[in-house]
Design a protein around this ligand. Sequence first.
Ligand code: TXA
Ligand code: MG
Length: 340
Amino acid sequence: MQPTLSTPHSGLTTEQQQQITAAAGILCAGGTVAFPTETVYGLGADVTNPSAIHKIYRIKQRPADHPLIVHIGAITHLHYWAQAIPESAWKLVQHFWPGPLTVILQRNRRIPDCVTGGQDTVGLRMPSHPIALALLQALGPEKALAAPSANRFGRISPTTAAHVQQELGPAVDMILDGGACAVGLESTIISFHDDLPQILRPGGIALSALETVLESPVLLAHNDQQTIRTSGSLPAHYAPITPLRIYPAEQLWQRALALTEQDLRILVITWSHSAQSRPALSQSIEQFAMPSDPVAYGQQLYARLRQFDRAAFDYLLVEAPPDHPEWLAVTDRLQRASYH
Ligand code: TXA
Ligand code: MG
């Protein structure tokens, strides 16, 4: 059956709606479509079609035991893909969906093994980008989109359609362009092991917002033993090609100067006013001021790292973000980007 949009989505142009219908056709035929979400661009395939799922792993060069997030078009579809859903998960999705929150739940048999890397849990999320929602609606309630970020494994997630084109290009059957992603960092991933909510990956929803809705503390998982295979929890991930190091503001310029003595070109990336207002120390050091607000910083981070990679610096020296819960997601991504 040819997928169609049952109701036109307000805010989408006729051309966008036609592209979404075409994309749904490609997905139903076992193809791959990159699509915008509010966090980052996803590389989508029909969750019920294992050969389409294998294409995602191949294109991303992602190890087969790293599970994919399943994107659904309505809260009510949760029952269709998951079981034994804890009360706290319902509370969170009712409050934050559609939006940048992924819940890890017990999967049911509709989810093939290849989507979860053989684990008995599945990550589910309802994105809020109108194109993602329209695409999910076009697929109908008995399909969903398995979609990791549309980048090669370990690299920076794409936040524009041009990034996907540059990184995956012809490997993907279609790229839907929905502009720059509003959040810019991936979703917050939360699990409910023994009914205890735990953040596996900080992201678009702040820890404090989760705690407010649950009216209880939420733990940050330290996945040191790597028992749960969350690729975003590998120490090295989300990495630019240029080596990146993090230093407190007091050490930043001194470190940069030391590197220029080895004839290296350095970019110093600050966020605080005090770190910015340094005199030019050397022609080999350039400076870039990121926003001092964590949400705005996160929104730009990946696009800026791509831009800095193209400028061929020898090192990126980043001012350490504040030690504050609102900065968790940015700090997490910078730390993984700096792992060596
Ligand atoms: O914002 C996002 O979440 C984006 C957009 C496209 O929705 N997606 C995304 O997918 O970041 P990906 O595959 O790049 O990262 C998903 C993370 C991975 O680290 C994966 O291991 C983890 O979610 N994950 C998925 N299912 C899981 C499960 N059952 N248990 C633990 N971690 C899981
Ligand atoms: Mg990813």
